[in-house]
Write a new protein. Sequence first.
Lengths: 323, 302
Amino acid sequence: MRTNEIASANSMKVQKKHSIAHRIKHKLITRGEWQLYLLILPVVVYFIIFHYLPMYGVQIAFRNYSITKPILEAKWVGLTYFKRFLNSPMFPQLMKNTVVLSFYDLVVGFPFPVIFAVILNQTQSKRLVKFTQTVTFAPYFISMVVLVGMLYLFLSPTSGIVNKLLELFGVSPIYFMAETKWFRHVYVLSHVWQRTGYQAIIYFAALTSVDPGLYEAATIDGATRLEKIWHIDIPSIMPTLVTMLLLSVGRILNVDTQRTLLMQVATNLETSEIFGTYVYKVGLINAQFSYSTAIDLFKTFINLTLLILTNFISKKLTEESLW
Amino acid sequence: MSNIRAIKSSREDAIFEVVTKILLIIACLIILYPLYFIIIASISNPDYVIAGKLTVFPMDVTFSGYKKIFRFRNLLNGYKNSFFYALIGGFISATLTLFAAYPLSKKDFSGHKPFTIFLLITMFFQGGMIPLYIVVNKLGLRNTPYVLLIVNGIQVWNLLVTSSYFKSSHIESLNEAAEIDGCSHFGYFFKILLPISRPIIVTMLLFYAVWQWNDFFRAMIYLDNPDYQPLQIVLKELLATSQVSSTIYDMMEDQEALTEMLRAAEQMKYGVIVMATLPMMVVYLTMQKYFIQGITMGSVKG
């Protein structure tokens, strides 16, 4: 072992004298780094093809692209498509729908898992805690298609159990899945139902790693349960909380396109048409590739700006940051 | 004084405990009742379900809905395809993720920083739907069974989780010992690291497989051929509509009257939900600890 160390120390001294080419050779061959490069190679190639090539392809937003010709042969049109989008009546509608839906989802959806994790952590009966955790995590494994299918069944105006229940109170059937004004509520509440248990896992893990001595000390000081929650639980999950909040804000225009698309019907478009669904329709249904990419790029640009901005503010205020 | 406070706080504790217990039980009921309802609705006479009479117990039990479902070829084909995508896709994705996560976990690897940045960029900036579609199209992958195995097959988040697992202290020290003994990277990775990394291997397999099973959007974009459609696309035609879909119509025998069709369609929808979700629920309940582990590992890394 000793000799090994001396040898490596010697080789380091020698290495300094060598040129860069030698150093690279030393790392790759002598230290066997080529093996590490080989292990990561498939993933790197994969990302070049399926992530970086599309990034290169983003330039079709500035060109009049058609699928029959190579990208570079398409005519450069500059910001034409962006201007067209910003001047179209769809722009304010998409902006409003996306932001309102996202914000509503965030405001309602964010506190639930935090509160739920705190309650779980405060409950003494470990069996009940375990059982509740198992049950509430389960909806995460239900696919989006099935979940929306369940909504159509339960909320049906003729045979749905929810409307049958409302009927008992003399309420006439509500077209939950068709009416403009119900789309956002159904979206957000079903999201809460599906994700709360899953999201709570992260907070719960942060809470269970709290030093039990802190609670004991607080008990001796005569602290009430609520005081313990306020002074021990909340501060201990604060870093996780801020990170999650930052990530959510950075995704404000990335509301779940797939979920929305499944819940979208002709009669609720007024509130359910969002950036993602519109990009899909313009691009893949109407085959307006350049226009669709321009809208998509505009969305990505706003998202990135928001992420950088919120991260900057958070760094100043709480010293929590994503990078 | 402190005595009074202690008594007060212990009484408060008792009330608090009751309240939290009640809240947890309510949470469980809110999750469980809809799931339970679907199961009993799938085996009850549809007349009771449509009339809103079904509440706690199945009524006039019948398995005619399931019998109809098992005769439906598209659904069974979708089932078969989804098993293929989940098993093979899960295996390929998990393997490549593990391969790449090891170099990423080594801080003294000369490619550590460049590759990490290379991968992280894609988390915040993507080419978007159409540019990716063009690439997939140009590669001739559209309408092939491989497209779902490949597109989005490697997820950066999973790479980060796996590499943070490889960085954990008990593994790190093992790596140092192996290096001192002159073990090669391949030797260490395949003979030492993988055999002791069962938890992360299982977690990755599960994450990718569940995601493959439940995803529908990529199939909607890249697949038209009904032969390759995954289960979720078949389900989408069946379920994600308030009307009786044409797919359901096809499933009925011609002689069945319209009212009878509506009756049966309702019951079949419940049955289809049970069939589509059951495999994932079984996987979840038997492998729960791996899922929780995977999620919390990711959050520790942040």
